[in-house]
Write a protein that binds this ligand. Structure first.
Ligand SMILES: [Zn+2]
Length: 365
């Protein structure tokens, strides 16, 4: 058996197979990417669906399909988004980034924050929603500075320990992490390592390698994605399997596809993108008379009327949600919200985001 990554027959092994890959070394790719996680109970599925609807509603409220500008010709792909019919001008104004967003929720069920893709705003291919969100949540926690708790402060008496300085999110460090801290005091020194360990990220499109990597290093608990993206080659599954098979101190978040939480719009978005991919070579997505866009691209699909309509349906569903498990709440933490309160939280957060009107976080810093 080969024991070295680059070993040729007859050569001596130099580099051992990394622990995270060893159990899978002789397996098929299919076996490697297949996750064996516990199924999600129906009441928890309902909870996840509420945040998923909220995320789609936030995107719908801030919709901008002008990937190649608000003029030119998007053909029949965006006929419903035409503002002026000749010359063609489309709704949405300046394109800041793709119609992709992510939402972070803590263990109690409270929304921490959300972010959009801002590739165009920053003229960059890495300003993705999940990576922006994770950096933002860390930054928010750093801004939070409860100086009364600092032992260096003269007025400090016998307040909570130093590590609580890092606990902006009331439930981010659970009893589980507290116990771990008691056993391994060095965890205190790296509070950021566990800060997001109870945070769930909802993302409207399956995460790329960058975002999976950032969420893995941030110890995000799980990531629920509302549309598959084959272009990311199941990197979330790969990272999950490899990190769980080793003991390096961090585990990639469990990727959860929308279908695992019974989210009907997952199928609609997947089918819509498949249809777009199949037709776009024959029916160009956009032309400005000089350049014509014919390449299949999921971010182009996310500008089309067909995608818009799915987001519209999801956003109106949020307001109509009738709950099967209104009194459900997870066992931990004891302060967790019920599904009924989660729905109220989601509706309130949507209204708040709408009232502020920013495409991206509602905070100004
Ligand atoms: Zn990404």
């Amino acid at each position: 058996m080969v024991t070295d990554v680059n070993q040729k027959p007859g050569q001596e092994a130099v580099r051992q197979i990394p622990a995270g890959l060893k159990p899978f070394w002789e397996q098929t790719v299919r076996e490697f990417v297949s996750l064996s996680e516990a199924p999600i109970d129906p009441p928890m599925q309902e909870r996840h669906r509420i945040y998923s609807l909220l995320l789609m509603a936030i995107i719908f409220d801030q919709w901008n399909g002008n990937k190649y500008g608000d003029t030119g010709d998007y053909g029949q792909w965006r006929a419903d988004q035409l503002l002026v019919d000749s010359p063609n001008i489309y709704r949405g104004g300046t394109y800041q980034g793709h119609n992709i967003a992510a939402l972070a929720v803590d263990a109690e069920g409270r929304v921490i924050d959300y972010e959009f893709n801002h590739n165009d705003l920053f003229d960059s291919s890495v300003e993705h929603a999940e990576s922006r969100l994770v950096r933002r949540v860390f930054a928010l926690n750093q801004i939070y500075d409860p100086w009364e708790l600092d032992p260096r402060n003269e007025r400090h008496k016998s307040g909570p320990p130093e590590r609580q300085r890092r606990r902006m999110f009331a439930t981010a460090v659970t009893e589980r992490a507290e116990r771990a801290t008691a056993r391994e005091p060095e965890v205190v020194a790296s509070g950021y390592a566990t800060l997001l360990s109870d945070v769930t990220v909802y993302t409207s499109l399956e995460s790329c390698a960058q975002c999976t990597g950032i969420m893995c290093l941030a110890s995000v608990k799980e990531v629920i994605y509302l549309q598959p993206d084959d272009g990311q080659f199941l990197i979330g599954n790969i990272m999950r399997r490899a990190t769980k098979a080793q003991s390096m101190g961090f585990t990639s978040p469990r990727p959860i596809a929308g279908e695992e939480i019974g989210f009907e719009f997952y199928r609609d978005l997947a089918a819509g993108n498949e249809d777009f991919t199949e037709r776009v070579a024959r029916e160009p997505f956009h032309t400005d008379g000089v350049k014509t866009a014919r390449k299949p691209s999921v971010t182009s699909f996310l500008c089309t009327d067909s995608a818009y309509q799915v987001f519209e349906r999801a956003s109106s569903r949020l307001g109509e949600s009738s709950l099967e498990y209104p009194d459900f709440c997870p066992d931990r933490p004891p302060s967790a919200l019920t599904n009924r309160k989660v729905l109220a939280e989601a509706m309130d957060f949507r209204a708040y985001v709408k009232s502020v009107g920013n495409r991206g976080t509602s905070h100004r810093v």
